[in-house]
Design a protein around this ligand. Structure first.
Ligand SMILES: Nc1ncnc2c1ncn2[C@@H]1O[C@H](COP(=O)(O)OP(=O)(O)OP(=O)(O)O)[C@@H](O)[C@H]1O
Ligand SMILES: [Mg+2]
Length: 471
């Protein structure tokens, strides 16, 4: 301060500081004799210093606010960047999956982690379009999932989402229309966000994240999760259509072989002379037809092989299946068929068999192939017995026995190979491609089941399947 005053005095004496005459025109401010000449410059200097200090403090505060703001923005940017990187990793991981279950498991696991929440689930619409089942979950207890399928006619929230609405709930309480609000609270879920899984206009399921904290998921989270849901929907639908295609191909090829075989046999009857004498020209034309049919047969065989390969890559999703439910429509169907074939058929189905991890379509194919074989290879007056029951802890037994033509011991090992048909079967029934049991074997391999065949030529056969049932 002293230095400043000294400096000001020197400046003033040297007539360099000329503020006094400009600022202090009013006599009231003229320097009195009582004060030294340096007082006015001192006051001016103090004011300048104070104003500068005030300005510096203001600028400092505003800079500090800006820095804080900048830090917040950069932190937000960093968080979004991390989220986007995680989303990129998630999409990359999903794109590499060829197994639908693994793909969905990866999606729920990543989504829960990226969103920083307790749990996540994918529910898919069943074929009946009225129920949803948990196809994949992360962080939810077995107890919570034990409810099985959800009837959307009884669940307004799920119905709305399936119709295309987003559903965000900040605080779950009794007012909400949950089928089991108590279970949700017991599970420790305080808030949730659910979006429809949609590809173009088709909605086929629901993607949900569940948080322990109320009001954890804001508008930005909803938008980000929406992006994640769209990617997941695309990946799931893409793999599912591969699966449908491969099954369609398998089925179509299987169905095509029968009429093709029939045409081949008819032509053979002509060339063998059973329908009268034919001339050389006619025979030549028929032989050419037979060649073409053989070529077609080979093409179908290749298609089937390809179908098998594809179905290996795109295994169907497994979920709890009620065997009783799948069997119900088949009872009537095969009772009618057996009657038409002059057979007696008996169904011994245990009530309420616990659900097994499978797929409705696979179980339907398994039942259908074995029951239809028993009817097909049992002459009139015979009998077919179908049994379905729990067997000890952890297994379900499905058994089909008949009093039909039976299988020779030496043929048993070839039963499950492509296109194999026994001679006695061919004599009894012309149509048949020899693929039904191959499909049965493939299904059992996928479900972790087994099959045993007991048979005696001329007296009948018994096919016993055992399927694992989670206890
Ligand atoms: N219940 C049965 N009794 C006697 N033979 C059987 C029985 N089930 C299967 N077989 C024999 O096993 C063969 C293979 O059966 P599979 O179901 O695979 O083929 P398919 O019935 O001939 O034709 P498709 O592919 O149309 O079902 C049959 O052709 C038949 O020889
Ligand atoms: Mg068959």
């Amino acid at each position: 301060m002293r230095l400043a005053l000294g400096a000001l005095t020197v400046l003033e004496n040297a007539k360099i500081l000329t503020l006094q005459p400009i600022l202090f025109q009013n006599p009231r401010f003229l320097p009195s004799r009582e004060y030294p000449d340096v007082l006015v410059p001192f006051l001016v200097c103090t004011a300048v210093i104070m104003i500068s200090a005030f300005l510096i403090t203001t600028v400092k505060i505003s800079l500090r606010v800006r820095a804080r703001e900048l830090l917040r923005v950069s932190q937000e940017l960093e968080a979004s960047n991390a989220k986007l990187n995680a989303l990129h990793a998630m999409v990359k991981e999903m794109a590499l999956k060829t197994d639908l279950q693994e793909l969905m498991d990866a999606a729920v696991r990543s989504a829960a982690k990226i969103m920083g929440v307790k749990a996540c689930s994918i529910k898919l619409l069943e074929d009946d379009q009225n129920s949803l089942r948990f196809a994949s979950t992360y962080g939810l207890s077995e107890d919570y999932l034990s409810k099985g399928t959800i009837d959307i006619r009884k669940s307004p929230i799920n119905r709305k989402i399936i119709q295309g609405s987003r559903y965000v709930i900040g605080q779950i309480d009794a007012k909400d229309y949950f089928a089991y609000p108590e279970d949700i609270r017991k599970e420790g879920i305080a808030s949730m966000l659910c979006l429809p899984l949609r590809v173009e206009k088709k909605i086929f399921g629901i993607f949900c994240v569940y948080s322990r904290e109320p009001y954890q998921l804001g508008e930005a989270d909803v938008d980000f999760f929406s992006l994640m849901t769209d990617f997941s929907a695309l990946a799931i639908e893409n793999l599912r259509s591969e699966l449908t295609k491969s099954w369609f191909m398998m089925k179509a090829a299987h169905q095509l072989r029968a009429p093709l075989g029939a045409i081949y046999s008819m032509l053979k009857m002509v060339t063998d002379g059973y329908l009268g004498v034919i001339n050389a020209k006619q025979e030549e034309t028929i032989r050419r037809c037979q060649k073409r049919i053989e070529m077609l047969g080979n093409l179908i065989k290749d298609l089937l092989r390809l179908g098998e390969k594809r179905s290996e890559a795109a295994k169907p999703v497994l979920y709890p299946v009620s065997l009783n439910k799948v069997m119900m429509p088949l009872v009537d169907l095969y009772q009618t068929q057996a009657l038409e074939h002059g057979l007696e058929i008996k169904f011994d189905i245990q009530d309420n068999i616990p659900p097994i991890l499978a797929n409705n379509r696979l179980i339907d194919d398994l039942f259908t192939n074995l029951i239809s074989n028993a009817i097909k290879y049992t002459p009139r007056g015979g009998r077919v017995d179908v049994t379905l029951a729990g067997e000890g802890p952890g297994w379900v037994r499905f058994e089909v026995s008949d009093t039909g033509i039976g299988i020779a011991a030496e043929d048993k090992s070839r039963l499950f190979t492509e296109f194999f048909r026994t001679e006695n079967a061919k004599k009894l029934v012309e149509e048949g491609t020899g693929l039904g049991l191959v499909i049965v074997k493939e299904i059992l391999e996928r479900l972790g089941g087994t099959i045993q065949v007991q048979s005696k030529i001329g007296s009948g056969s018994q096919f016993t399947c055992r399927l694992p049932s989670p206890s």
